[in-house]
Structure formats: structure tokens, C-alpha cells
Write a new protein. Sequence first.
Length: 269
Amino acid sequence: MFSIFGVPVDAAYSLVSGFTGILTPVLGGLAAVAAIIAFTMAVRVLLMPLSLRALRGQAAQARLAPQLQVLRQRYARQPEKLQQEMSALYKREGTSMFAGFGPILLQWPFLSVMYLLFRSPQVGGKTNTLLTRDLLGVPLGTHWLSDPGVLSAQGAVFLGVFALLAGLCWLSARLARRWAPIPAPVPAPAPARAGKRARPAPAQAQPQQVPGGTLVKALPYLTVVIAAFAPLAAGIYLITSAGWSLGERALWRFRVSGRDQGAQQADRG
């Protein structure tokens, strides 16, 4: 077992197993599935402040990207000056270059514990009984390519999981592009004084084609690939987590829109 996460996984297993036992008289065979969904949502609620902070950091990075590009061009041969100017820009905007990355790293141990719990056949040296439960007759510890095959009823359940997960990934990527923040305009150069030559304006940051654009577009669907090689329980966890992430992004967008509308009304008043 993964020594670093052994104790947290054991604790999470006890919680989910206990919750499964409580739900069994009410939900029967679906108790374990409901417990997985409920536990995942509970952990994501605790991590929501970090998730929203990461979204704010990512939005700030996207908004400042043109100005950062101008600084890189202007001080390409002065790395120390470039670092100073970038730090000053981040300070003026009240953010940092790690604002969108740090909160994601802080969430990683918690998400790893949940994923390991729902894919490990043994926990604490004993059989993971959660994986012996089933969804529509398919054991939660079953893999997609295991017997009786892809074209069986078991395969149909997995295909349904993959379709739902792919739909969530597609919707999340689509909304992320639609809700991308508008980059801040690059300040125009100051007019030249009399008798002095005007300094050439810095090159404007132009949209650049990202290398490996097809790969970047395919990255959101990596979760589907992971689900294809993980037990059904892990697939249920991934669906719940992906759906929650989509809801967090919608909540963040709603808060940003409300704040912008409030600022506009204040300006008019």
C-alpha cells in the first residue's frame, strides 16, 4: 500500500464504509455508490476555497498574459530586470505567478487519497469491501476490459460512465473557453518630448498558436482514459469530481459577473 497515504486512506475507508452501512437499509445495493458520491462531494466542499482561489489565479494569469509577453520581449536580454518588472506587475494587480498553481498543489493529496481508496483492492491489509458492492449488477471493483467483455451488460455500464464523463469534460472545456477573461490592454507608449526621438512602441502581444494545439484540446479527456483503466468505483468518483469542478467554475463565474454588474451600477450612481 502507498505508505505516504496509508493512514489517510484507512481513515477515509472507515468513513465511507460506515456511511455505506447507514445507507444500506434505505438504498440497498446502491448504498456504496451513494456513499462514494457523498464522500467525494463532502471533501470537495472542504476544498472549495482552494478551488475558487485557483480559478481567480488562473483568470489573473490569462488577463495579464499580453503585458507579460511585452515585458519578456522588452527585457529579453535582461533577466534580472525582467524578473523585477514581472514582480512589480503582479504586485500592482494583487496576484502572483503561483496564484493559480499553488492551490491546486494543496488539493492534490486529498484528491489522491480519494482516488486511491476507490481503486485499491486492499486497504490496511484487508479486502476493500467497497469494491465488492455493485452498480446495476456490475461490481465496483470490476475493470472495463475484464470478463465478460466490452459488449456485455457490464460493458454497457462502463460505456455509460465514459459517455457521462466525456460529456462533463467537453462542457467544462467549452465553458472555460467561453468564460475566459478579457486580457488587459497594453499601455500605449508615452509621447516623445520635443527634440527627442520617440522610442519605438513595444511589440504588441499577438495571439500565438500554441504548440501541440490538438494535444492541449485533448487533455481534458485524459480523465476518460484514466477511467477506462480504473475500477468502476474510481469512475464514479471521477464523474462526481468532474461534475463538482464544473459547478465550482459556474459558481465562480456567477460571482464574478455579479461583482462586475455591481461595479457598473456603482459607477452609474
